[in-house]
Design a protein around this ligand. Sequence first.
Ligand code: GTP
Ligand code: SPV
Ligand code: MN
Length: 592
Amino acid sequence: MELTTNKSVLDWIKEKAELVKPDNIVWIDGSKEQLDALHAEACKTGEMIKLNEELLPDCYLHRTKPNDVARVEDRTLICTPTEEEAGPTNHWMEPSKCYEMLYEIAKDSYKGRTMYVIPYSMGPVGSPFSKVGIELTDSIYVVLNMSIMTRVGKKVLEVLGDSNDWVRGLHCKCDIDAEKRWICQFPQDNTIISVNSGYGGNVLLGKKCFALRIASYQGWKEGWQAEHMLILGVENPQGEVKYICAAFPSACGKTNLAMLIPPEGYQKAGYKVWCVGDDIAWIRKGEDGRLYAINPENGFFGVAPGTNMKSNPNALLSTKKGTIFTNVAHNLDNNTVWWEGLDKNPPENAHDWLGNDWNGKTSTEKGAHPNSRFTAPAVNCPCLSKEFENPQGVPISAFVFGGRRAKLAPLVYQSKSWNNGVFVGSIMASETTAAAAGAVGVVRRDPMAMLPFCGYNMADYWQHWIDIGAGLDEDKAPKFFNVNWFRKDDEGNFLWPGFGDNLRVLEWIIKRCEGKVDAKETAIGYVPYSEDINISGIEDEITKETLESILEVDNTLWADETKGIEEFYGKFGDKVPAALKAELDSLKANLK
Ligand code: GTP
Ligand code: SPV
Ligand code: MN
């Protein structure tokens, strides 16, 4: 039964149904009964495997096709009327040409299948930050994931009413043909079409496609920001909470930092860390002139490998019920899941992520795919912030950028101003990970961790950042920092212990925001004096000398880096904001 009388919604669904020709249409109402029935159906067809109800209640395992395990950046298109609007870092196709290509692929592709209509809200239903989307899909896996990652159902349509302001999303599994796989955003049309994939980032259209690519464009037009950022709150022993937004590229530690467990000494002193979000932040100016952020999502689509009770207990505990695991190993002895880095006890009687017999003790193959993921409800998270559902969001004290840089970037430094901070975000670079198809470990520019997610010309996006700052009073504007947990020695060992100990760096960041600690001025910004980073309790993991070495700024290496920055900026020609060119010039002068 149709769940709305909204004409723009009904017309669009009718039009798309005529294209893909489903056998029937099912509206997702958000009820438990409907979800239960869909789980049962997915288990019957083998699309999902029900896991041990006692050890992992309401949890399921799913395997994607081996050719479909990560985002596909070279098949992700921004379809703006002109190529310049998409910019040199996006793949572009002219919209009418792209629609024609996609409709040819999608035509009749739901024959023999059901069309599920998923009304969803990004952000708490009815919040002034929130936006509505409707995704059509022929995949129960997508329905069940969207039901964890977003707020779905009737209540969303009630809030939408007769409005035409909603994002259209069409997903067609087709044959999972990698040669015909396309993930296409049409920012001017509020439309997303995804074909021939069943992998999360390509098909959960509320996430990267809407909440970043389409929303970044909407934010540009409407005066707000959609960012690839975690949001966390640090509570000090006095009970005051300061919120930080941090942008790291995919699989570079957002989920880990967002759910950080304070080191023992900090716990004893009364420090707590609260998670508001682990991947996406929508940010706008509040009535008091400060910037506020919400997490538009309702769950975590987290990287499984490496998640364990030591590295990220809060993430692991979040996956203990109501979770869907994708492409991990299946322990057949107790019908649970396993992945590399979960524990030192891999199952011997198991299936690997491909579904083949696998003995974790003897096999040289991996049991889980490096980009295997869990889809876990946010409410499961033991450190979920009590502001998670706050429709007004949380006030931001600091923006933090970071990535994987084995040598160059120091553990932490602070930018000298808003524009200098935007510059630091714009020159971010990081070694690539398994989150996207392609080579792993290659350094590439990834401005603000938005390279694969910016729905318009990156140079316009930088200007938007600068304009946002120009509209804030200096004393209310967040301060900017850059961190690097990934400095390595010549043998390739990490020099900084990381994970929970990253709170030691956050503590310095917050003190800087409060003007409570001095810093050393260098060519790139303010760096801590080593005595201001608290390493008590971890002296056996990091010596004072090592700490000093990872706080050092090597002007020769940075001078080299400016050449890479110039080359990157060169791609944008005249569009690079004058403010950023000025920042680059002053960096070059500082390095002389
Ligand atoms: P997406 O969900 O892909 O956007 O990524 P994310 O940024 O949430 O990634 P996540 O937190 O899951 O990153 C996981 C990877 O980062 C794993 O390989 C971790 O081992 C590594 N990692 C996280 N924090 C640290 C740290 O402090 N130090 C080191 N060395 N590695 C870390
Ligand atoms: C990322 O790759 O940055 C993710 C996972 O957060 S996905 O949703 O697949 O994009
Ligand atoms: Mn991400």
